[in-house]
Design a protein around this ligand. Structure first.
Ligand SMILES: Nc1ncnc2c1ncn2[C@@H]1O[C@H](COP(=O)(O)OP(=O)(O)OP(=O)(O)O)[C@@H](O)[C@H]1O
Ligand SMILES: [Mg+2]
Length: 401
């Protein structure tokens, strides 16, 4: 027994460093690196800080104390989050009293390790399946739909996603608009998911996990896919992507009542539709059609968001550029059509800052949270968040006939 010495032994330090590493999250998977089998080794050399420089000197501190080399195995060689990981691992190891210089020795998982990781992340199930389609899934799934194009679905999706994440919820977004994907730009995502064999780790933007067909298509190339391919692409998004435990999944749909809307209903029977419309009568009429598809697909309609409701004038008055009443009318008529109460969840004014923020990749609810449009969208997010997570109130997919 060493007894009484003030200097911890290498074993004690190693334990403490390993404990400190439990606080390091993999930036994509968002679980501790220690749980994911990424910590290959922790080597502690007591005594002087004189480094022999053998294992990469990232994080050298130059202070007295034990020298620690942490071996980290990346999921894939070109892991885009490598530098974040090195920084976080170094910082965590340095929090241990008695630790001086810290360096990280990067390696890559073997094929077997990756298979083990995939199986672990999928809860012991080897084959991809859609977690949100399981009867015990607690994730609320909202498909953002409209009749007409250009009414603001993607803007509403991006803003609701980041607002919900800012309120502490775990949020994912699928850009299901294969032909007109715009979510990556609006959320400022410019990289592909990381592929771990056949599992995809989605990029995280403003706390939101994001997957879009835009990430799989070479820039500037048109996508010409037919219904079955769209269906397959959507299925792959949902099953092959590691989403983790989400509170809310938002799907940004293309306009109208096309193949994708039907695929969403089939693949995610518990999803509910959020209808976006402008105040214009013509837009409201087609929005109703998009909403009433829910009666055929047995989906619920969670509510209506009216966008571009008015433009505030310098004197404070409201210029109703596209008329008035569209949102309320859609809500009323969908209440009648679906038999459930369909509420107008909010009215979002026209706002230059919303458009600019979308173009810049930081949605207005984050970049200018007190602007009129952001306030309206944050309010809609809060109303969605306060609907309880869980199975209560869900339709069972039974025909009322
Ligand atoms: N409230 C608003 N104020 C100002 N600009 C807005 C507002 N809502 C949306 N926009 C702008 O209008 C354009 C269309 O919005 P968006 O792309 O969100 O619509 P969409 O319904 O998803 O369109 P599509 O049908 O093409 O997918 C975008 O340039 C967006 O920035
Ligand atoms: Mg869109």
């Amino acid at each position: 027994m060493a007894g009484g010495s003030a200097t911890p032994t290498t074993d004690v330090l190693e334990d403490l460093v390993r404990k400190a590493l439990t606080q390091v999250m993999d930036p994509e998977i968002r679980r501790p690196v220690t749980e994911l089998g990424m910590v290959r080794s922790v080597d502690v050399t007591l005594g002087s800080s004189a480094a022999d420089g053998s294992a990469g000197a990232e994080g050298a501190t130059g202070t007295e104390g034990a020298r620690v080399v942490v071996g980290i195995d990346l999921t894939v060689a070109g892991c885009p989050m490598k530098s974040t990981l090195v920084k976080d691992v170094t910082a965590a190891a340095r929090t241990v009293p008695g630790v001086g210089e810290v360096s990280v020795d990067l390696g890559v998982m073997s094929a077997e390790q990756r298979t083990e990781l995939r199986t672990m992340l999928r809860g012991g199930v080897g084959e991809p399946e859609i977690p949100f389609a399981k009867p015990d899934s607690l994730t609320k799934v909202y498909a953002i739909a409209s009749g007409k194009g250009g009414v603001g679905k993607s803007s509403v999706t991006a803003n609701l996603a980041v607002a919900l994440a800012a309120d502490g919820l775990s949020v994912g977004v699928v850009d299901a608009d294969i032909y007109g994907f715009s979510i990556p730009r609006m959320l400022g995502v410019d990289r592909q998911p990381t592929r771990v064999d056949n599992m995809l780790l989605p990029p995280v933007a403003h706390g939101v996990k994001v997957v879009s067909i835009g990430m799989f298509v070479p820039q500037g190339q048109p996508v010409i896919w037919r219904g079955p391919m769209l269906h397959r692409a959507l299925q792959q998004f949902l099953a092959d992507v590691y989403w983790g435990d989400l509170d809310v999944l938002l799907l940004d749909l293309p306009p109208g009542t096309g193949d994708i809307a039907i695929s969403v209903a089939q693949l995610l029977p518990t999803s509910e539709i959020l209808v976006v419309t402008t105040p214009q009568v013509a837009a409201a009429e087609v929005a109703e059609r998009a909403g009433s598809i829910a009666t055929q697909t047995q989906q619920g309609v969670v509510g209506v968001v009216e966008n571009m409701s008015w433009l505030e004038q310098p004197d404070g008055s409201r210029l109703e550029l596209f008329g008035a009443g569209g949102g309320a009318r859609v809500a009323e008529n969908l209440t009648a059509a679906t038999g459930g109460p369909v509420e107008l969840l909010g009215q979002v004014p026209l706002d230059v800052s919303l458009r600019e923020a979308g173009d810049a990749g930081t949605p207005v609810t984050l970049s200018d949270p007190d602007s009129p449009a952001a306030l309206a969208l944050r309010d809609v997010a809060r109303r969605l968040a306060t609907r309880s997570r869980g199975l209560a109130g869900r339709r069972l997919g039974l025909s009322p006939v």
